[in-house]
Write a protein that binds this ligand. Structure first.
Ligand code: FAD
Length: 454
């Protein structure tokens, strides 16, 4: 039998491509070498949010006790939390498996490799089978990458996968890499009482964000007494006598119970016959055209094509390729604005153009901004630090950035506003509920605008 669609990888990209393809009536096979759900479900988005969700009361109590309206302590049992995470993941994978079955998608367990025109091989402990396809979607995702000297040893030096499967939370932690993954995990460790040190070679935390966001985050982390070492290069980190010992290029050494190395992720695209099939690669990222095609009838989506390392970006690409294969569209892929969120307390949310990017374009831009301090919901939660900033160009909203209490709640609204290119008049066409955090977005849209200058 020849499948209409074979998908390699069952993360948010591959799983959604298989489900969408089956929904369009295609005969679909999904190949997975590990468990359903990929990085996001098993080692990424979901376990980190279960950690942050279970510990959020600690942060809330801390804020309310500063207002002298609450006292006491919240105790979170890490062992129980890890058991809950596992139970949740097992349940999620089971539900995913049932969905595939219901849709008639064949799940082929094993390593998928390209094996000549219109064929892949699937290898598992029972042997190797060949599968014929009319269309192939490669959604093999990504894995942690390291610089020399920073390789995890699984003992005291961990990558994010190892960190999420720890039996106990360390009482001191060094985080190498002040990006999303490092900062979310550092926040969870902080809530369990760990002494946190963050090291990054860049000159600010969350270096991909608006510099004002980095500044706001840093001031919160300083209040938490994190030791933040920026513009510091690490020459090595290793386990010595049951401790993680990190050496900076300056010669300074830092010791902690564990070190988490979170310096980036790279595509899982090697050794599966992609280059042999004439597919172009750059830094292991599969190069795709405007239709997300890497070669005739072969598509690459999600982290594997390196366009955007976010689960919802992978899922969006998945729906596009499935509809293209099903003949529902022949238009090029357009993602529209892609929201991104750093979770925790504070949170960071952005979509569209940031002020620092606006400055680099030749677009004439303005910004309007409000502080969260004026927002009743931020006040109610005693978490008033942060702001919402709107970037305008040609009288239209082209970007929204926010940092502070639960600003992830603004992500979908902000995405729609950027997508629709709201003007000042559009603000009055929609009623924002009161009191709500959304009103901080409304106030930022209404605030006086300043020209973006260098
Ligand atoms: P993956 O999820 O990596 O899935 C790829 C799958 O392919 C895997 O199951 C793998 O086993 C399988 N595979 C690989 N090679 C083969 C092969 N040859 N044969 C068979 N199977 C194969 N994103 C967000 O949007 N929000 C978040 O809050 C967020 N938090 C994160 C937190 C952490 C700690 C991490 C590490 C990531 C986080 N991400 C988050 C990123 C998100 O997890 C990824 O962007 C997303 O999982 C990418 O989806 P994907 O389908 O492209 O690949």
């Amino acid at each position: 039998m020849t499948y209409d669609l074979v998908v390699i990888g069952a993360g948010p990209g591959g799983f959604d491509a298989a489900v969408a393809g089956a929904g369009y009536g295609l005969k679909v096979a999904l190949v997975e070498k590990d468990v359903l759900g990929g990085t996001c479900v098993n080692r990424g988005c979901i376990p980190t949010k279960l950690w942050l969700g279970a510990t959020s009361a600690i942060e809330e109590l801390h804020n309310q006790s500063k207002m002298k309206v609450a006292s006491g302590e919240v105790n979170v049992d890490f062992t129980a939390l890890q058991a809950r995470v596992q139970k949740h993941l097992v349940g999620t994978r089971k539900a995913m498996g049932m969905q595939l079955k219901k849709l008639g998608v064949d799940l082929l367990e094993g390593i998928g490799r390209l094996a000549g025109k219109g064929k892949i091989s699937v290898e598992n402990e029972d042997g190797t089978q060949e599968v014929d396809y009319k269309n192939l979607v490669v959604a093999t995702g990504s894995k942690p990458i390291f610089f020399p000297g920073l390789e995890p040893d699984g003992e005291c030096v961990l990558d994010s996968d190892m960190f999420l499967s720890m039996d106990s939370m360390p009482s001191s932690l060094i985080v190498v890499g002040a990006g999303f993954i490092g900062l979310e995990m550092a926040q969870a460790a902080h809530r369990f009482g760990a002494k946190v040190t963050v090291v990054d070679a860049m000159d600010r935390v969350a270096p991909l964000e608006d510099p004002e966001v980095s500044k706001a985050l840093r001031s919160v982390f300083k209040r938490w007494k994190w030791d933040i070492k920026l513009e510091e290069r690490v020459s090595g980190v290793r386990t010595v006598d049951g401790k993680a010992v990190l050496t900076l290029e300056s010669g300074e050494q830092i010791e902690a119970d564990k070190a988490l190395v979170a310096v980036g992720r790279g595509p899982v695209t090697q050794g599966i016959g992609l280059e042999e099939a004439g597919i172009e690669m750059q830094f292991n990222q599969i190069q795709v055209d405007e239709n997300l095609m890497a070669a005739k009838n072969i598509y690459a989506i999600g982290d594997a094509n390196g366009q955007m390392q976010l689960a919802h970006a992978a899922a969006h690409q998945a729906h596009y390729v499935a509809s293209r294969i099903a003949g529902k569209t022949d238009a090029p892929y357009e993602s529209g604005p892609i929201p991104s969120v750093l979770y925790g307390a504070p949170e960071v949310m952005r979509v569209g153009l940031m002020q620092n990017e606006a400055f680099l374009t030749d677009m004439d831009c303005e910004v309007s901004k409000v502080q969260l301090a004026a927002n009743p919901m931020a006040q109610a939660h005693a978490a008033t630090q942060g702001f919402v900033k709107v970037v305008w160009s040609g009288g239209k909203v082209v970007g929204v950035t926010a940092v502070g209490h639960e600003v992830s709640r603004l992500a979908t609204t902000s995405t729609m506003i950027v997508q629709q290119g709201w003007t000042a008049e559009d603000i009055y066409k929609t009623i924002f509920p009161h009191p709500s955090l959304d009103e901080s977005l409304l106030m930022a849209l209404k605030a006086d605008r300043q020209k973006v200058e260098g």
